[in-house]
Design a protein around this ligand. Structure first.
Ligand code: ADP
Length: 512
């Protein structure tokens, strides 16, 4: 039986040939190929020329794997074994390994293809990542560049409203103010998107006054609703603790977004802001905010896309917008592990929900701010000397105009940090207003030079940074560098003078 199986195997796959030194066939079986005795093996296949040298080699046996032959139009892959039997005779064993080599080839091919596919997808990902980085960088750079001139427009408009204007002129100024506010909020949206996508938007966790946040929303939206002829309703349980811990700026941003939409897409009826306690422990609270309106509503089809960037209502309703708000709100909610939901009926209205878990502050007592006296009360006859380092002329003019209505200050100007530093060494200043982006020496470098000065009169001067880049990272970096306060352009004059007075007072107190 064993012999029979062996025989069958050899019959199928092996041929033995006997040759002399010149490759002449002395004998052969014919299992794979019919070979005539007396003919030359290299005439049958050029590979066998190699064997002419094999006779001269010191090796008695030699092995040549995977030599390609052809039989009746079919490729065969054979292993060839050469054995020198005597000085002038050798045996050749041809072993048919076609199936083995073909399978192997296929395995290699599959492996190579998958390696290739992997490399292609890696390359595609790299290109996508590069494009995304470029888009984010482009968005954030352009947005910051646009913020600077709008800052000037807004500031001068503010000054223009303080001059004598006819009603018609006031109406026009109002329209420009509204448009520049819309432009600024669009730019802020773009900055937010680029920062969320670049993973740079960090969620804060700090104690905040929940009631104050809701009151501010109530004040703004009851007024806005009244102007539009709709009702504003508020339903907030008194039992929600006043001081919570979380990112109030971002929660506020989401609520404003939902309220603005409710206002935009409602022409009659009401808008309601509600909050409900879903669960409360001694240290946490699960809140559900809801913003309900009686507006256009959203169809099932539209509902699929409302959280997608740039997707807008298409029912021919002429309402301005960029289609960014809900997408940002959703991404902010995700960053805070919160949920945004929506239920709506066309022509009846919509209800947007925000489910969020917050911590309850251990300290529920109001932190009392010392009522600060005005600077002039503190030192009635003194004029405080301020140095402003700012390279952009229009921003210089704007701040100069603001200071014109505050005679308790005198203002000097420097075009960059280097000039500012020279002036600081020549004169005594009560405060430095420093733009962060300036040529030659920027605001951070200037701060560094001031803070490391050996002269304590210089090293202790309060510094207020002005920036067009509203980001938490930059704020932290700036404060860590020794800046005392950080204001974002377009800066409103009330906040500017409040900050300037506060910082001067603080520095006077610390020097006493
Ligand atoms: P925008 O309002 O700038 O278009 P949003 O991202 O805030 O962008 O909203 C996306 C879309 O969702 C809107 O264009 C509108 O179709 C729909 N939408 C959002 N809020 C409401 C609402 N309260 N009522 C009706 N439709 C809404």
């Amino acid at each position: 039986m064993l012999e029979k199986i062996k025989q069958e195997y050899f019959d199928r796959s092996t041929q033995i040939i006997l040759i002399d030194k010149e490759n002449k066939i002395l004998d052969s079986d014919h299992r794979l190929f019919k070979l005539k005795t007396g003919t030359y093996l290299h005439d049958f296949h050029a590979f066998f020329f190699t064997l002419l040298d094999a006779f001269e080699s010191d090796e008695k046996t030699q092995y040549f794997p995977s030599i390609k032959f052809e039989r009746e139009g079919e490729d065969l892959f054979l292993d060839v074994n050469f054995t020198r039997e005597s000085d002038d005779k050798a045996s050749i064993i041809l072993n048919d390994c076609t199936k083995y080599y073909k399978d192997l080839h296929q395995i290699y091919q599959i492996r190579n293809e998958s390696i290739l596919k992997y490399r292609i997808s890696e390359e595609n990902n790299r290109v996508l990542e590069e494009q995304r980085n470029f888009k984010n960088k482009f968005l954030s750079t352009i947005s910051h560049e646009i913020r600077t001139p709008i800052n000037a427009i807004k500031g001068f408009l503010e000054i223009l409203t303080l001059t004598e204007l006819s009603q018609e002129q006031l109406d026009l100024v109002n329209i420009i103010q509204n448009s520049s506010n819309n432009l600024i909020s669009l730019i802020d949206d773009l900055i937010d998107i680029s920062r969320i996508e670049a993973g740079k938007l960090k969620i804060d966790s700090k104690r905040f006054d929940f009631k104050a946040m809701i009151s501010a929303l109530e004040e703004t939206y009851s007024l806005k609703c009244r102007e539009k002829g709709i009702e504003f309703k508020l339903a907030i349980p008194k039992s929600i603790p006043q001081y919570l811990v979380g990112d109030d700026l971002r929660i506020n941003q989401i609520l404003i977004n939902l309220l603005e939409n409710a206002l935009k897409y409602t022409t009659s009826g009401y808008i309601e802001l509600r909050a409900n306690i879903k669960k409360q422990t001694s240290s946490t609270i699960d809140l559900k905010f809801e913003v309900q309106d009686t507006g256009y509503g959203i169809s099932d089809k539209e509902m699929e896309n409302i959280f997608i960037m740039f997707d807008r209502l298409k029912r021919g309703i002429n309402v301005e917008g960029s289609g960014l708000g809900l997408s940002i709100a959703k991404q902010l909610a995700d960053l805070m592990n919160a949920d945004i939901s929506v239920a709506s009926k066309v022509d009846e209205g919509s209800t947007f929900g925000l489910d969020i878990k917050l911590k309850i502050s251990h300290n529920q007592s109001k932190s009392r701010k010392r009522k600060s006296k005005s600077l002039t009360e503190l030192e009635p006859d003194k004029k405080f000397r301020i140095l402003m380092a700012e390279d952009i002329e229009i921003n210089q003019m704007l701040i100069m105009k603001m200071f014109r209505t505050h005679p308790e200050y005198s203002l000097d100007l420097a075009k960059n940090g280097e000039i500012a530093l020279r002036l600081i060494k020549e004169r005594e200043y009560d405060l430095i207003l420093a733009d962060l982006t300036m040529p030659i020496m920027d605001g951070l470098d200037l701060t560094h030079h001031i803070r490391t000065s050996e002269n304590p009169k210089i090293s202790k001067i309060p510094i207020v940074a002005l920036t067009a880049h509203a980001s938490n990272d930059e704020k932290e970096q700036t404060l860590a560098a020794g800046v005392n306060a950080y204001l974002v352009k377009p800066v409103n004059s009330a906040l500017l003078f409040e900050t300037v007075a506060e910082q001067i007072k603080k520095s006077k107190r610390s020097r006493k």
